[in-house]
Write a protein that binds this ligand. Structure first.
Ligand SMILES: N=c1c2ncn([C@@H]3O[C@H](COP(=O)(O)OP(=O)(O)OP(=O)(O)O)[C@@H](O)[C@H]3O)c2ncn1[C@@H]1O[C@H](COP(=O)(O)O)[C@@H](O)[C@H]1O
Length: 94
């Protein structure tokens, strides 16, 4: 699991560095509203997750959860944080 997250975080960090055209991640890093665009997305996806959970729709719950995890990793990268900051916090709680 953390391997998948690590690979995704690496891709996000690369997008931040190179800002390739046609990349959705690039649009988040270059958005005129800056991190607000990501925060808004996290808010929207959270609402969609709540609705999916209320419907007991497992496929949609997985879909919206993945959207949230992706945007969360973009947020960490945007604040120059590392994936380890999140993983170490989770580790501390075990
Ligand atoms: N994991 C994701 C990922 N999750 C969500 N999204 C995008 O986030 C947006 C979600 O916003 P919306 O809810 O408005 O999207 P939607 O499809 O209209 O609505 P939903 O049905 O998803 O709720 C969509 O445009 C998705 O494409 C993602 N975009 C990219 N990635 C990963 O990032 C990598 C790099 O992507 P690019 O930067 O686009 O090259 C990809 O290979 C993926 O691994």
């Amino acid at each position: 699991m953390s391997e998948v997250l690590a690979e995704l975080f690496d891709v996000i960090e690369d997008r931040k560095e190179t800002l390739p055209a046609g990349s959705y991640t690039t649009t988040l890093f270059t958005h005129e509203k800056g991190e607000n665009a990501v925060l808004e997305k996290l808010g929207e996806e959270s609402t969609e997750l709540v609705l999916a959970a209320k419907d007991d729709d497992h496929e949609e719950i997985a879909h919206e959860s993945a959207d949230i995890v992706y945007h969360l990793l973009v947020l960490l990268s945007m604040y120059d944080m590392q994936l380890e900051d999140l993983l170490e916090e989770l580790e501390r709680r075990r």
